[in-house]
Design a protein around this ligand. Structure first.
Ligand code: NDP
Length: 262
């Protein structure tokens, strides 16, 4: 299948690690130029120099910034325009989950979580929308199954993620027909928080496969394992591509069958 990424430009927020980084690599392999951002400059620049070595200096642009800073996001968009001249795909991936029950979530926690989940969509979209409109491009948002299947131990993340799905549905109508807006709903992917928890496991002799396998059984994942970042990246790359040209307002579950809804 030709995804037609040659001579296209993609922007990936949170591109220095996990699913974001796997998506950056996949898009570069498919022929796109890629601009990525994340907050921690050292890690981002280390990643960027490896990407430039692997795929060519002129195809990668990296900037350290927070998606919660609209000025920085606007400056990033201007730099992408100057460097690549266009933006065909925006992947809103930056973020993290918050583990807390209602009892131990403060008002400040609620505000911070809603700010992260909603403005990590809103600021990048505002900044890149003129170029996306011009290119008749696409947005792919990385969200979680928690939006449909809330977990009491992640109460504010679940609730904010449901709000994001609602926002994306409105955007898919308002931005049509120029810009398509889709999302993936992740179950458990072996990156980010799961990598950190594996590193802190009680029995340090347990291998990654054993630890992830036990976790998958405990959570009742039908495919019996956590997903790999590359499996999430494949779904993102498809939804952002020409191959998905008649798909907008859709949510694709990437969860190994964890969802019980039809
Ligand atoms: P990682 O922690 O591996 O990567 C997160 C990336 O986002 C990093 O590059 C991080 O870099 C960046 N980031 C975080 N906050 C900001 C910010 N405010 N501005 C810019 N960049 C930011 O996470 P994963 O790859 O596991 O997760 C990717 C996305 O998928 C996240 O939004 C996560 O919530 C979501 N998700 C993941 C699941 C999983 O099982 N892995 C399940 C459900 C959802 P830096 O810290 O330097 O800014």
């Amino acid at each position: 299948m030709d995804l037609k990424y040659a001579n296209r430009t993609a922007v990936v927020t949170g591109g220095s690690s996990g699913i974001g980084l796997a998506t950056v690599r996949k898009l570069l392999e498919e022929g796109a130029n890629v601009a990525l951002c994340a907050r921690t400059e050292g890690r981002l620049m280390d990643v960027a120099s490896v990407l430039k070595r692997d795929y060519g200096d002129g195809r990668v642009l990296a900037r350290a910034l927070s998606v919660l800073d609209p000025e920085a996001m606007n400056a990033f968009a201007a730099e992408v325009k100057q460097t690549f001249g266009r933006c065909d795909l925006l992947v809103n991936n930056a973020g993290q989950g918050r583990v807390s029950t209602f009892a131990d979530t403060t008002d400040d926690d609620w505000r911070a979580e809603y700010e992260l989940k909603l403005f990590s969509q809103i600021h990048p979209l505002r900044a890149f929308l003129p170029m996306l409109n011009e290119a008749e491009g696409a947005v792919v948002a990385v969200n979680s199954l928690l939006a449909l299947q809330p977990e009491p131990h992640m109460v504010c993340t679940s609730s904010a993620r449901a709000g994001v799905q609602n926002l994306l549905k409105s955007l898919s109508v308002e931005l049509a027909p120029e810009v398509r807006v889709n999302s993936i709903l992740l179950g458990m992917v072996g990156s980010g928080q799961w990598t950190r928890r594996f590193a802190e496991r009680e029995d340090q002799n347990q291998s990654r496969e054993e630890w992830y396998g036990n976790l998958a059984r405990k959570k009742g994942i039908p495919l019996g394992r956590l997903g790999d970042p590359e499996e999430a990246a494949a779904a993102i790359t498809f939804l952002g591509s020409h191959a998905a040209s008649y798909i907008t307002g859709a949510q694709l579950e990437v969860s190994g069958g964890l969802s019980r809804s039809i």
